[in-house]
Design a protein around this ligand. Structure first.
Ligand SMILES: [Zn+2]
Ligand SMILES: [Zn+2]
Length: 239
């Protein structure tokens, strides 16, 4: 019965490409053309931070120079589905600012695939990077929370929307670079109830990883609360 209703609905409301609006034969989210414009990150990539390698023969357990140098990274693993470029930027901005919340469902499928190494290592809880409550009121939703809730349907891991909070209002990171970004988000996050985080393997979910300073500040608060490990999973990353 459910299938019949679904098929009738399809006649009137056919699935459309979330980018260009082309009517699609099935519910894949993107038309072939828009899909081909995206740059998905695939192996070989750094086994720790997920940074893609160019033209390196596929080897097991390859670690990039940055990770070898930076011994005290707060993250166990970092993974992203896409390279942040004009094509992925459009989709992410539409989810973030233009109420295209249906994009989260398609992106969660990509996060599910990009996170395969993380699921293998073991995970207890998904935590979206939180917004300050004033920003949340303005935007009405947190795009990272939407991504986490959609991902929960695929991976069946608990989503914690309340423990990690952004208690300091910061300026949008996009206007800053490098050191200013670190300074802007410094001590902006805290864990409200450390007992719910203690001993947990956490995956931080966000739309974009740029320099990683926001995710690192989140990790700092989670570590302080006793998290066992912290991974990051983002839709796209700046390379
Ligand atoms: Zn399209
Ligand atoms: Zn690396």
């Amino acid at each position: 019965m459910k299938e019949i209703i679904k098929n009738i609905l399809k006649l009137f409301l056919p699935p459309r490409c979330i980018k260009c609006g082309t009517v699609l034969g099935d519910d894949d989210g993107l038309c072939p053309e828009c899909f081909n414009n995206l740059n998905f990150i695939s192996e070989p990539y750094c086994q720790k931070c997920g940074r893609p390698f160019e033209e390196i023969k596929k080897q097991k357990k390859l670690i990039c120079g940055k990770c070898l140098k930076e011994k005290q990274s707060p993250f166990r693993l970092s993974r992203s589905a896409l390279i942040y470029d004009d094509a992925s930027k459009d989709l992410i901005l539409a989810l973030k600012f233009m109420d295209k919340t249906e994009n989260a469902k398609v992106m969660a499928k990509w996060l599910h695939i990009a996170g395969k190494d993380i699921w293998q290592e073991g995970v207890d809880v998904l935590i979206p990077v939180p917004l300050h409550y004033t920003r949340l009121l303005k935007r009405k939703y947190n795009q990272s929370a939407l991504l986490s809730l959609e991902l929960n349907k695929l991976i069946k891991k608990e989503v914690d929307l309340s423990s990690l909070v952004k208690h300091k209002k910061t300026k949008p990171q996009v206007q800053f670079s490098g050191k200013e970004r670190i300074k802007n988000v410094k001590d902006a996050f805290m864990v409200k109830n450390p007992e719910s985080i203690k001993g947990k393997r956490v995956v931080l979910i966000d739309d974009v990883m740029t320099t990683g300073s926001t995710l690192k500040e989140c990790a700092k608060a989670l570590k302080k609360a006793g998290a066992k490990s912290i991974d990051t999973l983002t839709v796209a990353r700046v390379i």
